[in-house]
Design a protein around this ligand. Sequence first.
Ligand code: SAM
Length: 464
Amino acid sequence: MATSSPPTRSLAEMKPSPRSLAVDLLDRIDRTGAFAEPLLDACLGGHVLRSAPDRHLLTSLVYGALRMRGHLDWIIQQLYKGNFASMQDGIKNILRTALYQFLFLERIPVFALVNEAVELTKQRYPGRENLVNALLRNAVRRAENNDFSYPDFRKDPEGHIAILHSHPPWLVRRWIKIYGPERALSLCRANNQVPPVAVRVNTLKTTRPTLKGLLEEEGFSVTESPFSPDGLLITGSSDALRSSAASRQGLFILQDEASQLIARLAAPEGGEEILDLCCGTGVKTTHLAARMKNTGRILAVDLYPAKLEALDRLSAKMGISIVNTLQADASKEWGEAFREKFDRILVDAPCSGLGTLRRNPEIKWRLMPQELPSYSRLQGHIMERATALLHRGGRLVYSTCTMLPEENELLIGKFLSRHDEFSINRSPGISVPASTRIGEDGFFRTAPDTSGMDGFFAAILVKH
Ligand SMILES: C[S@@+](CC[C@H](N)C(=O)[O-])C[C@H]1O[C@@H](n2cnc3c(N)ncnc32)[C@H](O)[C@@H]1O
């Protein structure tokens, strides 16, 4: 990919239209490797855009252009005579956002989107506006005449899915091999849908019916989540939800339903000693604490101090006092003081994240297949270290948000072959909606195409 940067302009210097901001954010995502969500939050939080439709358009453009990048780039490459790989990334993003609007959003007049793309190019890449104009007008004309011939699903399922449903070919090939072409198609289709806005109720401060009522009073349309007993699904933008009074009071946290089920699989009880080995910013740690009614103790470990600081802030906001944080590398040897100390351990392992492509579409374009073995290695090392820390009879939950066997079933299979003191807990005593996601092999799985939840995997292990 070309790495040359556009002339730098601060947000303040730019015309604050949703389209120019979308291009700016996409450029930053490409240049810095940042995730879309925090950048969008910061941009929307800065109130550069005031009207709700403009804020919504910005969000749709950033996520849409990322989700459909493979499809959009394929179209551009059908029309561009030069070397697409060496086209400036900023020009690619101008073309992608304009084309995305034309192909996937309704009620945006063609002249408006072409004119704005051309104007933006004039400002940022003077001399290239004719190219952008010609490419966009050509793409619009050919699309209107149904003049693009996409690969046929029966003859070339990999090409069809990769182009039409916008996933990298290597990943489509992997999923076809694992799940077959039909399932790979439905999974990739689902990955391009806008995910539901799901929140987990902070049961230390309120109840699900009470929070539902409060959010409805604030104007949100709310339903109870079908799988997580602690969840609500909200119609509307997460942007508005974040600035709600209920959010400021720490009455909920944004969390996908599948992710909400993981703490339930760990089934912690009040008064226990829990180890959360890869706690991140504490989305699941705070759920564990709530399930324990804020009694007992949780040691929350992560490699990155900034995440632990965020966890401390979240705990305070949610009224949690039983969490201690520790910055450490969970794949390294632990001291004697920790030996068989814990009743339950959660290893929410660092993983490729391929189950969350609806929410983090940038992952599919960033992840390189050659990186996958390093995830499995790290996951294996962290699990090895965890074994000594759990006392006999204790529960070890391994979870990921990915859908590749080497990070999930195969990893646990190898782990069990090395540790006959562990076995899969087949009757973990958890509530019905969560247990329906556990297969005959004892593994917990969710997927966006089968349940509308993110793709999670978990194994509940017990130490004898
Ligand atoms: C899947 S995320 C955890 C998400 C978190 N449990 C939550 O629910 O918010 C995996 C975490 O592992 C952390 N991590 C990566 N390598 C690690 C290591 N060697 N030791 C400890 N933590 C690590 C990452 O910083 C990341 O926060």
